[in-house]
Design a protein around this ligand. Structure first.
Ligand code: MLT
Ligand code: MN
Ligand code: ZN
Length: 299
């Protein structure tokens, strides 16, 4: 199994177009200290020939241009991308679909709820139904994402997409709105969970013995955006648990046996993005890697 990180940043990317926080400023001024990143998406393959995208970021076209394996390699019109699965309806995970409308067939997998969200936004009808087959994925059922590559989606604590929020928001809800993905090949299990509000005992149990985990690395600390002066929301309010602290993911997963643990979907305010920061060192000392665009994972 091969996993290629196409984009490792959270919504907004790095640097974010309208942000002058300390990390965004460094990404512009010293890109060797803060490597710029596009929004979260991975590509997965079991044979190097057929690929699936998990999430489809607004930058998908430039992400594909950087990856020779994902470019057409036969006939006049061709793509190695056979399927796309989205883990929620967030803009950073679905907007790229609008850029893949040039009549190449692929299967689009999502939970029935997320397909409902896409269907209620008629702009997604640019994906012609005779080309793009929208397939429902039931929670906890195995699908053959690519020939020979099985995947299972499962509910993780999350919340509805920002643009669907009503007066009351159910944060930490477990259902079809936010899912993680388990890939299984030759006895190896790999997980991609770019959004997660908390690690439940059930989730920790599921992850036990994993070969690799790509996990929600949105914020270092819960009040980071308020602290940086760029927003009023906490991580919890956004449905993202932080990396650090007693309630953080590093603590929650410390005793779970996982061969490689990697943070992805990292917000531009997160100091872990600074190569020589104390936070980066702390995460690495705890056994975590920080994803970057182009990272290759072969579990
Ligand atoms: C998130 O991960 O919380 C969303 O991508 C936020 C957003 O839509 O900007
Ligand atoms: Mn996001
Ligand atoms: Zn910023």
């Amino acid at each position: 199994m091969r996993v290629r990180v196409l984009g490792s940043a959270a919504g907004g990317g790095l640097p974010q177009w309208n942000c002058r926080c300390a990390v965004c400023r460094l990404a512009r001024a010293e890109p060797q200290r803060v490597i710029p990143r596009t929004q979260s998406s991975i590509a997965v393959s079991n044979d190097g020939e057929h690929w699936a995208l998990i999430n489809c970021a607004p930058e998908v076209l430039s992400q594909l241009q950087r990856e020779p394996a994902l470019q057409p390699n036969r006939d006049d019109r061709h793509t190695p991308i056979q399927s796309i699965l989205v883990t929620n309806g967030d803009v950073d995970h679905v907007a790229g679909l609008l850029s893949l409308r040039e009549r190449s067939p692929f299967r689009l997998y999502a939970t029935p709820e997320i397909h409902g969200v896409l269907r209620s936004n008629p702009i997604f009808n640019v994906l012609a139904p005779d080309c793009v087959e929208r397939r429902d994925v039931a929670l906890d059922s195995r699908i053959e994402l690519l020939p020979g590559l099985m995947a299972t989606v499962f509910a993780v604590p999350g919340k509805t997409a920002l643009y669907l929020e009503g007066d009351e928001v159910d944060i930490g809800a477990e259902g079809e709105s936010t899912v993680g993905v388990e890939f299984e090949l030759d006895g190896q299990r790999l997980y991609y969970i770019p959004g997660c509000a908390t690690v439940t005992p059930r989730l920790a149990e599921r992850l036990e013995g994993a070969s690799a985990l790509l996990f929600d690395g949105t914020l270092w600390r819960d009040d980071e955006m308020i602290h940086a002066g760029v927003g009023q929301k906490t991580g919890q309010r956004m449905g993202h648990m932080s990396m650090s602290g007693p309630q953080g993911s590093m603590t929650a997963l410390a005793d779970v046996a996982i061969d490689r643990r990697i943070f992805i979907h990292i917000n531009n305010t997160n100091p872990v993005l600074i190569e020589d920061s104390a936070e980066r060192r702390e995460a690495e000392d705890a056994g975590w890697e920080i994803a970057f665009d182009g990272m290759e994972i072969t579990p």
